[in-house]
Design a protein around this ligand. Structure first.
Ligand code: NAP
Ligand code: HSE
Length: 428
């Protein structure tokens, strides 16, 4: 097989720029490993004249990414523009309709349109690959679709957003303010164009929905992911958690329960001395439990130019070698729609209340928790200023429904000065 694989790149930002650099630096290596040249023929972005720090003069330019996807001198389109719909979707659909392979980093688009696009690709006999869309440079899609293909998957758990992990660990390690660290993450190229998608847990939920589909043979169901972001996690919460031996992580969990598919993305406390608790900076970690293999752990950089380009090129190389596998690990037409499971298994919780500093308030709160069967494990009252009494409680294992009922009652108390914070303590 000596015909070159001819690539077009739609989007020349953080990720697209990294791909160009990698092909320019490693062209010879890629050719040796793929057994054929891997060449860029055409590119597209919004602004033709922007200095991108790389020499683009050898590549044909298209203003319109859809025209790029139709070109006769292109076998494979890499979509790295972003956006759930609009030009990204039009570009990918056009490429697939024109019999071209597609590699994309766009989890937002696949979380919404992955099923239809997978059917389109499989009907056309071309590949649609998205390793870079989930957990940055970590080859987790490949691990699930290939390395663990013989296993029934019992659970997927992990940190899947580099921006959030960077923010939480910088706050924990340096005491820096949330807004300052978010700005750093944007400057480092980690964050989405709209960073509220990162800190709101949505980006990580997109990724979890894609992994669930591969793991459990279900249609991508982003709408059923229970999502909570890190916006309400304060420096105080991070310090309190650390004092009690925990770190706060934006953690995703997916598992098939008897009543349906559980998919949660929420800030959780994990033991500080566990691998997840130790995970720092932009790193991601995905823990997969399989019925034959047991537990496997995948860790690496979850965002940024180099790691994302690395994941994109891994997909390109598979296609260059002629490997075409079903998009979600089994033919898309056979993926099933699953019911959404309830609120997740019972767990212990970290609770923070802001209460008026008055006699009897603590007793009232404890009795409400008790009335709903929520048992207190540890309690710490700190930082009295004469008017407010911030209170931290760690519960014993309880159901989320019981806890929510108790918290609603407590919120309604005249002595309650702010909505309580409740963070799940996750068993690893
Ligand atoms: P970015 O730096 O903002 O780059 C986006 C690129 O797309 C820019 O080159 C932009 O052109 C181009 N573009 C946007 N709209 C376009 C349009 N209508 N027509 C043509 N070109 C258009 O974004 P990024 O960080 O590289 O992310 C790209 C994708 O990769 C997103 O789906 C993101 O979720 C995903 N991703 C990113 C990372 C990461 O670490 N950054 C990691 C994994 C996945 P101009 O440069 O001319 O404005
Ligand atoms: N914004 C994403 C993150 C990029 O921070 O993880 C990688 O998907």
């Amino acid at each position: 097989m000596t015909q070159p694989l001819r690539i077009a790149i739609a989007g020349l930002g953080t990720v697209g720029g990294g791909i160009v650099k990698m092909v320019q630096k490693h062209g010879h290596l890629l050719e040796k490993r793929a057994g054929r040249p891997v060449v860029i023929t055409a590119i597209s972005a919004r602004s033709r004249n922007k200095d991108r720090g790389v020499d683009l003069s050898a590549y044909a330019w298209e203003d319109d990414p859809v025209a790029l996807a139709r070109r006769d001198d292109v076998d494979l389109v890499i979509e790295v523009m972003g956006g759930e719909d609009g030009p990204a979707k039009a570009c990918v659909e056009t490429a697939l309709q024109n019999g071209k392979h597609v590699v994309t980093a766009n989890k937002a688009m696949l979380a919404m349109h992955g099923q239809a696009m997978a059917e389109m690709a499989e009907n056309a006999g071309v590949a649609l690959r998205y390793e870079a869309a989930v957990a940055g440079g970590i080859p987790i899609v490949k691990a699930l679709t290939e390395g663990l293909a013989g296993n029934g998957i019992l659970r997927i758990m992990g940190v899947m957003n580099g921006t959030c992990n960077y923010i939480l660990t910088e706050m924990e390690n340096t005491g820096a303010a949330y807004g300052d660290v978010l700005k750093d993450a944007q400057e480092l190229g980690y964050a989405e164009a709209d960073p509220t998608v990162d800190v709101g847990g949505i980006d990580a939920a997109h990724k979890l929905a894609l992994l669930s589909s591969v793991a459990f043979g279900t249609k991508v169901d982003f709408a059923s992911v229970q999502i909570e972001g890190i916006e309400r996690v304060t420096l105080d919460d991070i310090k309190n958690a650390r004092d009690m031996g925990y770190s706060i992580k934006l953690l995703g969990v997916a598992r098939m329960n008897p009543d349906g598919l559980e998919q949660r993305m929420q800030p959780c406390l994990v033991p500080s001395n566990s691998p997840l608790g130790q995970l720092s900076g932009v790193s991601n970690m995905v823990v997969v439990d399989g019925d034959f293999i047991g537990q496997t752990v995948y860790q690496g950089p979850g965002a940024g130019e180099g790691p994302t380009a690395s994941a994109i090129m891994a997909d390109v190389m598979d296609i260059a070698r002629g490997l075409i596998i079903p998009v979600f690990g089994q033919p898309a037409a056979g993926l099933v729609k699953s019911d959404a499971s309830g609120t997740g298994s019972d767990a212990a919780y970290y609770l923070r209340f802001s209460l008026q500093d008055q006699a009897g308030v603590l007793a009232t709160l404890a009795s409400i928790l008790g009335n709903y069967g929520v048992s207190i494990n540890r309690m710490h009252q700190y930082g009295h200023d004469g008017k407010t009494a911030p209170l931290v409680i760690v519960t014993h294992t309880t159901s989320r429904a019981a806890l929510d009922n108790a918290l609603a009652k407590i919120s309604a108390l005249a002595a309650s000065l702010a909505a309580p914070v409740a963070l799940r303590i996750e068993t690893i």
